[in-house]
Design a protein around this ligand. Structure first.
Ligand SMILES: *Cc1c(COP(=O)(O)O)cnc(C)c1O
Length: 290
């Protein structure tokens, strides 16, 4: 939805005239092109072997996102799917279970890698019209400690859900219910920065009650690749081992991490422009259909 605007805004002043004739692609906010400034940041990136923990740009990106989320540590990964997979696998053992909204990406759009690769069961619960769950549902979804059932370990939330911002109070109530029952809480925050900009609240505040968070750099933020998983240091250490296991250890990854750092430094406030443009477009379409 926002992609065309991002592509247009990515077109810098010099080729603005050319972009005038370009077709605008509204399929997704993933179909963006890096800006000239982003390409320069990538070209200039200081790099090292990140599997040895020696890439200064990756280290800087991980520190930046951990700070942004108010978490101890973070891990740079190739995609949001990998980030969520590692997140679930670092929380749950084989034969255990996570609760999740039935329309959430981890359940619907990641080939159920958590089950296929991790042997972790998913328990989908019906979301409401805004894409939310309620604490009663969560409590009802938790299985008794009984050999007939998997052990419920984790609640997986999402924000935004198909462009819908989730209420911070509801998220806190869901997390409190889960934590009260001994579960951990993971958030697929692929577009958490959109929610943060929309609500005018820092991301860290939106995930205060959440244990671990996945953030995509390659959606509306406009980086060509990459996501970051954040959480407690011991969790990130487990996730780092899992990342190696799934073949996600990258060497001079600072080349691409630089794009993510650049996006976080320069593209966050501009999400407000995307929101305004998306609304204008939606209202125009609505009027044209009326
Ligand atoms: C895109 C997306 C992901 C996965 O990210 P990829 O980088 O495409 O693997 C996860 N969750 C949500 C909500 C997404 O929109």
């Amino acid at each position: 939805m926002y992609a065309g605007m991002t592509a247009n805004r990515a077109a810098g002043a010099t080729d603005r005239a050319a972009s005038h004739n370009r077709r605008v692609d509204f399929r997704s906010d993933t179909v963006t092109q890096p800006t000239e400034a982003m390409r320069e940041a990538m070209a200039r990136a200081e790099v090292g072997d990140d599997v040895y923990g020696e890439d200064p740009t990756v280290i800087a990106l991980e520190a930046k996102v951990a700070g942004l989320m108010g978490k101890e540590a973070a891990l740079y990964v190739s995609s949001g799917t990998q980030s969520n997979l590692l997140g679930v696998l670092a929380h749950c053992q084989r034969g255990e279970e996570y609760l999740i909204g039935d329309v959430y990406h981890v359940y619907k759009s990641e080939a159920l890698g958590t089950s296929v690769l991790g042997g972790v069961a998913s328990y989908p619960m019906k979301t409401d019209a805004n894409g939310g769950l309620d604490p009663e549902q969560v409590l009802a979804g938790i299985k008794p400690d009984d050999p007939h059932s998997p052990m419920t370990r984790l609640l997986c939330l999402e924000n935004t859900v198909s462009g819908r911002v989730q209420s911070p109070e509801r998220i806190e109530a869901l997390a409190a219910a889960a934590h009260g029952a001994g579960l951990k809480v993971h958030l697929d925050g692929a577009r958490l920065m959109n929610a943060s900009v929309k609500l005018g609240k820092p991301a860290a505040e939106l995930v205060r009650s959440i244990d671990t968070v996945s953030l995509c750099l390659s959606k509306g933020l406009g980086a060509p690749v990459g996501s970051v998983l954040s959480g407690p240091a011991d969790f990130i250490k487990r996730a780092r081992r899992m990342r190696k296991m799934v073949g996600g250890g990258m060497r001079q990854a600072g080349m691409i991490a630089a794009a993510g750092l650049h996006a976080l430094e320069h593209h966050v406030e501009r999400l407000a422009d995307d929101h305004a443009n998306a609304r204008r477009l939606a209202e125009g379409w609505r009027r044209s259909r009326a």
